[in-house]
Design a protein around this ligand. Sequence first.
Ligand code: C5J
Length: 221
Amino acid sequence: MELGIDAQPAPFSFETTRSALIMIDMQRDFLLPGGFGEALGNDVSQLAGCIAPARQLLDWARSVRMSIVHTKEAHAPDLSDCPPAKLQRGAPGKRIGDAGPMGRILIDGETGSDFVPELAPLAGERVLRKPGKGAFYATDLGEWLARRNVDTLIFAGVTTEVCVQTTMREANDRGYNCLLVEEATASYFPHFKQTTLDMVRAQGGIVGWTASLAALTGAGE
Ligand code: C5J
């Protein structure tokens, strides 16, 4: 289905069969107390408001049968995929791999690394574990999208200025048309979110487009 929507800095058109929703890192480790986000000193309540819009976006993507990728930032239990510089971030005792209330912090398979229940993947949706902030780094995402002939990526998730923006920039350089859904992303720092939206759509859409959830989910009705 070919859709055209209101977006910034300009209208955005895409074919749903050639698009994928990239839901970034909607994990307990970032959204709930006791995880990686809080261990770094962040107020995780700042992210709660994007869960319901992200779920509406996910339901819409499912309804139009779009490819769906759920990324999770998580490391192997032996930390072999975690660079030493990343391991040293945060206060001692609250670093990646340390024990926390939701299991070892940012380690794949632990409770904290799993998705919040509202955004749990369904069978057939891709779960992509990534060791970095960008979802193309050290993963097979590029090959997976190429096999599906995808040319457009629709982004949501957390945090706007870190893993979402990093992945959008990676995707933009790889030639994808990128759209960020405004209500379905959040930052621990609301002004960082706003600045990221501004950065994405500045200079004629130098990183991509942004649109409201209503503009997207109302398209084609
Ligand atoms: C961070 C992320 N903020 N998912 N990760 O470390 O944005």
